[in-house]
Design a binder for this molecule. Structure first.
Ligand code: SF4
Length: 236
């Protein structure tokens, strides 16, 4: 069979975006994700949603997983929560053109159910490679599942907005924008947390200056994050 079949393969909006603003390695990663059969979500997805935005990038937001709109369009955060994320980024002079956006699972959980531990574990190597390629100064976790990757055994209501140094970068947990759409009182909370991002970038730049290599980078986590504490489960 001719190679032209593979060459003519459909390039998703995410892959096209990675070609424009990423690196060849990011394109390769997205293409690999596009064919991934590693967990049950491969059977129900319309397409994979690997991420969007530049690589490298100073800021990387990591959410939970694609919803219906993202599954249709192949890009993360394109529904109502995405519009609110745009608003939050705009409020600090940023945009999704300057921020890399990803999720802990790259395929939509059916019916927008929570991603299961085995699905998060299967997808985790992709997220780790994506972080390595984006090499952000600051990772913003959005919601409980990405928070659990770096902050085990706590609740988002307790630690939102409080950064922690991991290797030569900072990670800061925040509520998922969708939570603020469901609970209006969280809008000011998440906006206040986002307002700290510029100062956290400055802090992270100083960390990178003193530790430019990733020698102190976090070790690869071999297992999926533990399920979030029950208090968090209602908070997304
Ligand atoms: S969620 Fe991740 S591991 Fe599962 S099929 Fe999709 S890309 Fe593969």
């Amino acid at each position: 069979m001719s190679d032209s079949t593979a060459d003519a393969a459909y390039a998703s909006p995410a892959i096209e975006g990675a070609r424009r603003t990423g690196t060849p390695e990011l394109v390769e990663l997205y293409e690999e994700i596009a064919d991934c059969p590693a967990c049950g979500l491969a059977r129900t997805r319309t397409q994979t949603v690997p991420g969007s935005g530049p690589a490298p990038a100073e800021v990387m937001c990591v959410g939970e997983g694609p919803g219906a709109r993202e599954d249709e369009q192949g890009l993360p955060f394109v529904g109502a929560a995405g519009r609110f994320l745009d608003e939050l980024l705009g409020g600090i002079g940023m945009s999704r053109e300057t921020v890399h956006i990803a999720n802990v699972v790259k395929c939509r959980p059916p019916g927008n159910r929570d991603p299961q531990p085995e699905e998060i574990a299967a997808c985790q190597p992709f997220l780790e490679r994506q972080i390595a390629l984006v090499d952000p100064l600051l990772i913003v976790t959005l919601g409980r599942f990405s928070m659990a990757r770096w902050f085990a055994g706590t609740t988002i209501s307790r630690i939102h907005g409080q950064p922690k140094r991991v290797g030569n970068r900072l990670v800061v947990p925040m509520f998922h924008p969708a939570a603020a759409l469901r609970r209006g009182e969280l809008r000011t909370v998440i906006a206040a947390d986002f307002a700290r991002i510029p100062e956290l970038i400055e802090e992270a730049r100083a960390i990178r200056t003193e530790a430019p290599s990733d020698a102190a980078a976090e070790p690869f986590a071999a297992t999926a994050p533990a399920a979030p504490p029950s208090e968090q489960r209602a908070l997304l």
